[in-house]
Design a protein around this ligand. Structure first.
Ligand code: FAD
Length: 278
């Protein structure tokens, strides 16, 4: 029998009480898929400090395995230490450690702190208490000078003490397999979990992808453009992303990390459609 695959679900902190109530319902429903953990994003610069921490501590109280995302942004060490202590006391055992991007309109921070430095900081102050996830980019981080640089800096995050990585989303499985090969050649042997973005809305997917550098293959963009109807786009998205997940798992990916966008259906229908053999 195959080992069970590791599933995780990412949320963002909603701005309203209604959004938060909807998120808690989403969490309850997705729990049926037995995820290893949920995670909650963090607005670098502290824009979501209270909401991210509030959701994380609430869910911890309910016994849920939940990982806050964390980055320095423009914050000082004391602020980050305060969050680490809060999370530890709440029962958090996993953190997604990032450099982060400053939200537009917040102005430039003198120098964003690279993720490898945050990982080293957490290890210095919290020892091995937290399992540390970091970000990886099969299609190259938009600011990187070269593919080789990206892999070197990913390796630096593992050398600083990270345990595993979650990737940016992509729709070309070969980009993941090639990336894994290159990481292995560079001596990285930690698990790297592919990030999966369900397709639910063409315009927001295009906008998101422009910002984070994820490539939408031409054939997929053309097919989505040819549909006027939301239902048809969702049907195509389900087919394409389910195939992607199957290919990744058959090719040896150790699990899947879903960018849920706080919604049940797009993620749940992919997991339901995945064949039991995968
Ligand atoms: P780093 O690993 O620090 O890399 C940033 C850039 O600098 C890369 O180009 C890298 O090649 C280069 N680099 C890295 N280290 C060094 C070094 N030591 N010297 C010189 N150059 C270096 N953003 C948010 O704001 N909030 C979130 O909650 C969030 N969650 C995410 C979750 C996942 C799974 C992923 C994949 C991304 C997430 N992001 C989030 C986006 C992420 O913060 C951005 O992609 C950001 O630009 C880079 O963050 P990083 O941790 O990968 O940075």
């Amino acid at each position: 029998m195959k080992d069970p695959i590791r599933i995780s679900f990412e949320f963002f902190p909603p701005k309203t009480a209604d959004g938060r109530a909807k998120l808690y319902r989403t969490r309850e429903i997705l729990q049926a898929f037995d995820p290893e953990f949920f995670s909650v994003t963090y607005g670098a610069g502290g824009t979501t400090r209270e909401t991210t921490a509030g959701i994380v501590t609430d869910m911890c109280r309910d016994g849920i395995s939940i990982a806050p995302h964390l980055s320095f942004g423009g914050d000082n060490e004391e602020t980050i230490l305060g969050l680490l202590n809060l999370y530890r006391e709440a029962g958090v055992t996993r953190i997604v450690a990032l450099r982060g991007d400053m939200p537009s309109g917040m102005g430039a921070v003198a120098q964003l702190v690279y993720a490898n430095e945050l990982v080293a900081f957490i290890r210095r102050h919290s020892g091995d208490h937290f399992h540390l996830e970091v970000a990886a980019y099969p299609e190259i981080h938009p600011e990187s000078n070269s593919y080789g640089d990206d892999i070197r800096y990913l390796k630096a995050k593992f050398e600083a003490g990270a345990d595993s990585a979650l990737t940016q989303y992509f729709y070309n499985p070969d980009s993941y397999f090639y990336f894994i090969d290159q990481c292995e050649k560079a001596g990285i042997d930690a698990p790297i979990y592919p990030g999966i973005m369900p397709i639910n809305n063409f315009d927001s997917l295009m906008r998101f992808s422009r910002n984070c550098g994820a490539e939408i293959p031409r054939w997929l963009k053309k097919r989505m453009e040819s549909y006027r109807n939301l239902e048809d786009i969702r049907k195509l998205g389900l087919e394409v992303v389910t195939d992607l997940c199957e290919t990744l798992l058959e090719g040896g990916a150790p699990g899947l990390h879903f960018y849920t966008m706080n919604q049940v259906d797009p993620t749940a229908s992919i997991l339901q459609a995945l064949s039991p053999e995968t």
